[in-house]
Structure formats: structure tokens, C-alpha cells
Design a protein around this ligand. Structure first.
Ligand code: UT7
Length: 330
């Protein structure tokens, strides 16, 4: 029996915010945003929507494609840094919504690397105890637009909301390779200040002062993050490929985290990946943090652009700093 990706699903909210809309809100231009980031529009959650709502729709879509229901799941892992609440976890709320009473559920916080961290964890759970954990729902969901200062052009133009779901499971009829061929995950907590949400946790609980000082918004040292992102994703991707004994030209798709088209181009160029191999949707989605790779995977699957046995290299980085890469066999 091998551990396979049984299905994917995704969801982005209906409302679209264009660069032209942003031009009316802050001192920016469509030209600056497109050339410096590659983003043309992004999706924004409706006022009544929270991360668990987005995650639930993505999960339902994946379950439907897999021919499963919530009752078939043994665990739910939600990667997010924009949970509905500090607790209960967003995974608990998804469990309730999809009727997955038999699943144990928890959130993982690894910022934009969240989906890769969660895929590794879900895989390890099944691999270690296949008699107990046979099917694991992994979701990357994010509403970063709830955490940005809409008067700060440095950050508000970058992000979008969305969710991507992946169902991992034992395939009894399949004796081929596991979906996870090789991975390489890293963390450097000494760089924790480069990308953070300063207040709202136990370090600085919410007060009138923290609100007045805008400490509940995403703070980012853009250029430093950029440099670390390129180096981290390139090194991890090379390490994962080397572990697998696979050359980049033998990979069907490279899916880098969608944070900035210049980061994606730099990573692709250094890896020697061709433009045809690299999948991007940053122009339509912006940076959806932990959701980005899941949405990309689902778009490719929906478009019929993934065949059984295709090798897919996914790589991400984010606040923490966290980063990593994973070679997947579809
Ligand atoms: O998923 C992880 C999350 N974070 C990231 O991935 C972000 C990584 N970093 C980046 O993507 C880029 O650093 C940014 C897109 C954030 C910024 O691009 P940059 O090329 O590094 O620009 P910069 O910060 O060096 O700013 C260049 C100029 C500045 O003006 P001055 O000081 O040269 O006069 C900024 O004030 O661009 C200005 N600027 C803008 N201008 C128009 C910054 N944001 C904007 C904007 N519109 N939205």
C-alpha cells in the first residue's frame, strides 16, 4: 500500500481587489505593483467569512473529488497564521463543519511554509501508524488581508485570501511509490523579527496602545525576506532533488510559494527550471501565504495538467523564518 494524494480542493472568495482599486486607497500604481511583485488582483473574504469558512469549502471540494465524507477522515491538520481564533483551532471548526467526528484536529503555524510542514506531518502520521491513521486532511488557509494595514502601501498590495486542501491516504490498490519522494525543511528562529505580527499574543496582549501603535498588523522587512526567500527555496529544492536522485529537467511542475514574481523568477532561474515547468497564479491571487501551493496544485489538477507519476517540486518560505521543499509524485 502506498500513501497517495487522494484529491485536492481549493476555494478563493468571490470579491476581487484590483491594482486599480488599490490606487484609490494608497499612494501606489498598477505599474509599480505589477513590475515589483507580478500581482494584478487578489481575492478578499466577505465580511462574514473567516478562515474556517474558506477551509471548509476547500475541504468539501476535495472530499467530493475523493468520493469521501468527513466520517472517513482520521486527522485534520490546518496550516494557518490567520486562524478564526487563538483557540479553538481552525481545524476544530472545520471538523464540526464537515462532520469529521472521528478525526483528531490541530493547527500548525509555519506562515507561508505551512502547507509543506503540514504535508510532511500528515505523511509521517500515516507512515508511522497506518493501522490508526489512514486518511489525513491537510489544509493551508489564510486571510492575511485581515492582518494588513490598509494605509501601508508596503504590505497591503501583496496579500490575498484563500484555501487549498489536500487529502492524503493509503491506497490499497496502489503498490507504487508514496506521494512524498523527498523533502528538506528548515527553520531559523534567529530571523524571527523579519516578518511578524507583533501584538495580540502573550508577548503583547491587545490594548488600546497596541492598537494605536498598529502592532496588530503584519510587519515585514521586505528586502531581507526577499534575499532569504530566494536562498532558502533554492537550497532546499536542490537538497530535495538530490535526496531523490532526480534532476530538475525530470520534474513536470515546479510550484514555488507565490509571494513575488521576482522571487519566483530568481528561484526558477537558479534551479535551471524552464518557464513551461514553473506554475504561477500570483497575478490573480497575490500572496495567500499557507494556501498558495494548495491552490496551485488544485488548479493544475482541475485543468487536467497533472498525470499519474508526474513529479512536482513544491517549495516555500515564510515568517519564522521557515522554508523548505518537497518532491512529490502525483
Ligand atoms: O510570503 C512571505 C511574505 N513576504 C514576502 O515574500 C516579501 C518579500 N519581499 C518582497 O516581495 C519585496 O521586498 C517587496 C515587494 C515587499 C518590496 O519590493 P522592493 O523591490 O524590495 O521595494 P523596496 O521595499 O526596496 O521599496 C522600493 C521603493 C521605496 O521607495 P523609495 O524609498 O525608494 O523612495 C518604497 O517606498 O518602492 C516604494 N514602495 C512602493 N511604491 C509604490 C513600496 N511599496 C510600494 C507600493 N507602491 N505599493
Amino acid at each position: 500500500m502506498s500513501i497517495r494524494i487522494l484529491a485536492t480542493g481549493s476555494y478563493v472568495p468571490e470579491r476581487i481587489l484590483s491594482n486599480a482599486d488599490l490606487e484609490k486607497m494608497v499612494d501606489t500604481s498598477d505599474e509599480w505593483i505589477r513590475t515589483r511583485t507580478g500581482i494584478q488582483s487578489r481575492h478578499l473574504g466577505a465580511p462574514e467569512q473567516a478562515s474556517s469558512d474558506l477551509a471548509t469549502i476547500a475541504a468539501e471540494r476535495a472530499l467530493q473529488k475523493a468520493g469521501l465524507t468527513g466520517k472517513d477522515l482520521d486527522a485534520i491538520l490546518v496550516a494557518t497564521i490567520t486562524p478564526d481564533h487563538a483557540f479553538p483551532s481552525t481545524a476544530c471548526l472545520v471538523q464540526k463543519n464537515i462532520g469529521a467526528a472521528g478525526a483528531f484536529c490541530f493547527d500548525m503555524a509555519a506562515a507561508c511554509s505551512g502547507l509543506i510542514y503540514a504535508l510532511q506531518t500528515g505523511y509521517s502520521l500515516i507512515k508511522a501508524t497506518p493501522s490508526i491513521y489512514r486518511r489525513v486532511l491537510v489544509i493551508g488557509v489564510e486571510m492575511p488581508t485581515r492582518m494588513v494595514d490598509w494605509t501601508n502601501r508596503n504590505t497591503c498590495v501583496l496579500f490575498g485570501d484563500g484555501a487549498g486542501a489536500v487529502i492524503l491516504g493509503l491506497d490499497e490498490a496502489d503498490n507504487g511509490p508514496d506521494f512524498l519522494v523527498a523533502s528538506d525543511l528548515h527553520t531559523d528562529g534567529t530571523l524571527c523579527d523579519l516578518l511578524k505580527l507583533p501584538a495580540g499574543g502573550s508577548r503583547a496582549p491587545a490594548t488600546a496602545e497596541t492598537v494605536a501603535n498598529k502592532m496588530h498588523y503584519i510587519h515585514m522587512e521586505g528586502r531581507e525576506v526577499f534575499k532569504n526567500a530566494v536562498a532558502g527555496m533554492v537550497n532546499s529544492s536542490r537538497a530535495a532533488l538530490e535526496r531523490a536522485g532526480v534532476k530538475v529537467e525530470d520534474v513536470r511542475w515546479v510550484i514555488p510559494h507565490q509571494a513575488n514574481i521576482r522571487i519566483i523568477d530568481a528561484v526558477s532561474q537558479r534551479l535551471g527550471a524552464t518557464a513551461e515547468q514553473v506554475y504561477t497564479n500570483i497575478d490573480r491571487m497575490g500572496n495567500t501565504s499557507a494556501a498558495s501551493i494548495g491552490i496551485c496544485l488544485d488548479e493544475l489538477a482541475e485543468a487536467g495538467k497533472l498525470s499519474s507519476g508526474d513529479r512536482v517540486l513544491i517549495t516555500a518560505f515564510g515568517g519564522g523564518l521557515t522554508w523548505g521543499a518537497m518532491l512529490i509524485c502525483w
